[in-house]
Design a protein around this ligand. Structure first.
Ligand code: ZN
Length: 100
């Protein structure tokens, strides 16, 4: 069973309590009308889908009901860390330290 630690509840809970909510740290353009169709399409639909470290949004749907961010390794399916939504993206150095 995959366990995920909600940064608000401070408990590891079963994956079935959570819902994936897409890639984290996707910033909405400040002036969408100024974008070309290709730029708008890229904002709406194109995501990184990496092999390895991935920054994701999760929703604790059957718990506190809050969104948070997680760093997950897509190869091992291990959650490296979770942190509250709105916090800056952790540096690669911090992620590498957490994996060891
Ligand atoms: Zn929670």
């Amino acid at each position: 069973m995959l366990l995920i630690k909600c940064p608000y509840c401070q408990q590891e809970r079963a994956e079935v309590e959570f819902s994936y909510a897409g890639e984290a740290h996707i910033e909405r353009p400040s002036d969408p009308a100024a974008l070309s169709d290709a730029e708008w399409e890229a904002y709406l639909f194109l995501r990184s889908n990496p092999r390895g470290t991935h920054f994701e949004r999760w929703y604790h749907i059957h718990g506190c009901g809050r969104y948070f961010n997680a760093v997950r390794d897509t190869v091992t399916d291990n959650f490296v860390r979770t942190y509250p939504a709105g916090m800056p993206r952790p540096s690669v150095h911090d992620i590498d330290d957490a994996k060891t």
